[in-house]
Write a protein that binds this ligand. Structure first.
Ligand SMILES: NC(=O)C1=CN([C@@H]2O[C@H](COP(=O)(O)OP(=O)(O)OC[C@H]3O[C@@H](n4cnc5c(N)ncnc54)[C@H](OP(=O)(O)O)[C@@H]3O)[C@@H](O)[C@H]2O)C=CC1
Ligand SMILES: O=CCCC(=O)O
Length: 361
């Protein structure tokens, strides 16, 4: 028997009965990265029929019907390993205990009942509603406008929902093109990272076509703990960028504080305890602090995406003549981390850069 999926079981809430009524809803899902995989899994667990697509199809197709692809992590080294068929399943847990954390690749979604689309266009052709969760503006535009993209099949009676973090201009461009073809579009970036995505505890920041938003509420109820409808197209993107600009600046201040405590002879662990009891206690410090002290940066929110968000937020500041020196300095630290090859690790790895530039030396 293959081992059970790693993701947690579905959470039951008071909204379950309305979810169950909508359980037959069919959705497409484009982009199976850290967030997309967890979100698609949640929809499947709640009875949605989901057709997935990912640019790198091996993430979907490598293993079914037998799971034989595992990811091994040794500190900062993260490798996907394909086990030969001759390695029996019963050895996998032993390998994982020996080698550290592991997770099943996205064939898990197929094992949970997902269908696989060949292209974004084929997913849209099959599904009335399609959700995307892609890395950045260029990925979001490519999946819509390129050959075999969303635009080829979107039209009357179909809805497209982009939950990626992008800028307002990207959302507006996609919205215009989808509307021209007769389809409906909602932008719906999310607050919350890998764990909230696994637990259906995201905060959804939607804007655009209100009728499509209303249609999507059963799915949003599964994916998140709260959805905001923010009005005109672009407001979702802007809200998300403001939130992440604050988060990125906080992470820099937090890292500097850990360095300062350490350098001035205080215990950084005691600093975490003090922070957690005071007015600036927050889930991010609580969750990231201990792993940062251990120098462990398995990616929940990759640094390259946080830097993209700082860049887009600074550009929003430019457009509106808002001076943001704190965000600008934080962006420099994230850029430095990227230049050192740390972009795929968790954004808290900026701590290592700050240590190197004067922190703990
Ligand atoms: N991780 C987090 O904590 C959070 C992330 N976000 C945002 O959600 C989005 C996704 O994040 P996350 O899942 O972490 O990112 P990942 O880097 O894990 O996944 C990115 C996804 O985008 C796909 N992709 C990248 N470039 C292209 C392209 N040119 N064409 C088609 N597909 C492409 C990747 O496909 P492939 O596998 O082929 O590379 C992958 O499916 C980002 O906008 C991020 O800012 C929002 C909230 C939290
Ligand atoms: O965009 C990523 C946000 C991560 C979070 O809200 O914890």
């Amino acid at each position: 028997q293959p081992p059970p999926p790693r993701l947690p079981r579905a959470r039951k809430t008071k909204q379950s009965s309305s979810r169950e009524r909508e359980a037959a809803m069919e959705v497409g899902f484009l982009g199976l990265g850290i967030m997309g995989k967890a979100m698609a899994a949640n929809l499947l667990r709640h009875g949605f029929r989901v057709t997935v697509w990912n640019r790198t199809l091996s993430k979907v197709r490598d293993a079914p019907p037998i799971r034989r692809s595992i990811r091994l992590r040794f500190g900062q080294i993260d490798r996907s390993i394909h086990m030969p068929c001759s390695v029996p399943f019963c050895f996998y847990p032993i390998i994982s205990r020996t080698c550290g954390d592991f997770c099943w690749q996205c064939d898990e979604l197929v094992a949970m009942g997902a269908a696989v689309g060949d292209t974004p266009a084929s997913v849209v052709a099959k599904c009335k509603y399609t959700i995307a969760m892609l890395s950045d503006p260029s990925a979001a535009l490519s999946v819509v406008f390129d050959k075999d993209g969303v635009l080829e099949q979107i039209g009357e009676g179909k809805g497209y929902v982009d939950m990626s973090t992008v800028d307002a201009a990207t959302s507006c461009k996609i919205s215009e093109a989808v509307k021209q073809k007769g389809g409906a579009f909602v932008e719906a970036p999310v607050s919350g990272s890998k764990k909230p995505a696994e637990d259906g505890q995201l905060v959804i920041l939607a804007a655009g076509d209100k009728a499509l938003y209303d249609d999507m509420v059963p799915a949003f109820d599964v994916l998140g703990k709260k959805s905001f409808f923010l009005g005109e197209m672009g407001n979702g993107a802007k809200m998300k960028l403001v939130v992440n600009m604050i988060m990125g600046s906080m992470m820099n201040a937090f890292s500097e504080g850990l360095c300062l405590a350490d350098k001035s002879g205080l215990s950084p662990q005691t600093l975490l305890d003090v922070l957690d009891l005071g007015a600036i206690a927050n889930p991010m410090f609580k969750m990231k602090g201990p792993s940062m002290l251990q120098g462990s940066y398995n990616p929940a929110f990759p640094l390259k995406h946080q830097q993209k968000d700082m860049r887009l937020a600074l550009s929003l500041g430019d457009e509106n003549a808002v001076s943001m020196p704190v965000a600008a300095a934080s962006n420099e630290a994230f850029k430095k981390a990227r230049s050192l090859g740390l972009g795929d690790l968790d954004f808290s790895v900026v701590h290592e850069v700050l240590k190197g530039t004067g922190g703990s030396g």
